[in-house]
Design a protein around this ligand. Sequence first.
Ligand SMILES: CC(C)(COP(=O)(O)OP(=O)(O)OC[C@H]1O[C@@H](n2cnc3c(N)ncnc32)[C@H](O)[C@@H]1OP(=O)(O)O)[C@@H](O)C(=O)NCCC(=O)NCCS
Length: 188
Amino acid sequence: MQVMTLGFSISTERLQLTPLEESDIDEIYATLSAHPEICEFLTFDPPTCRKDTEDFVEYCKKNFPKKEVVWCVRTQKKEFVGLAGLHDIRRTELAWQFDMAEIGYWIAPQWQGKGIATEMARAIVFFGMNNLELHKIKAGHVLDNAASARVLEKIGFQEVGIRRDHFKRYGTWWDYRLLELLSKNFEQ
Ligand SMILES: CC(C)(COP(=O)(O)OP(=O)(O)OC[C@H]1O[C@@H](n2cnc3c(N)ncnc32)[C@H](O)[C@@H]1OP(=O)(O)O)[C@@H](O)C(=O)NCCC(=O)NCCS
């Protein structure tokens, strides 16, 4: 797959990824409000007002690029697709070097089932390994999220294990499957 980068912007065959900006707020808010099911397996609830999304974008901008890099994903024709990010970037803590981040993503329902999520996730893994010089990218999903599992496995992520009853949501404790990909194992 061809991936081109310019600063923090990424371009693939079908997609353009640009760091999140205030100009993206309306489409993010509109998409998550119209399709709250997108958040079913995510760590956050759908926004209840535009301010929720404003706060999220402000948080991402404040932590960019040391802790978080979140991209707005659009088609080459600038149609809004979704968001993808490298979160919780960790470099060193005390004597330990990590160079690690966690990948996350969602896309609007009309773009699902076309291989677009795999294309965008592969692009940010490429960016993380090459441009951010990460040693490892980790990921996680609830066991029911078969689509996300498949996206990660297609890119080469390998299972580390399953955390039992990892978090409680909707009144239920959920098992959480952990995966990771080392830069030396990423087939570009
Ligand atoms: C996860 C998500 C990004 C995947 O998007 P997508 O458009 O289905 O992904 P792709 O088209 O790139 O491909 C996904 C792969 O999963 C498979 N797949 C999709 N839905 C599936 C399902 N319900 N069960 C099993 N496999 C599924 C596809 O067939 C494809 O594999 P293939 O190429 O071998 O056929 C999308 O469903 C989404 O945004 N979900 C809500 C947010 C979310 O869960 N994010 C991840 C949190 S860990």
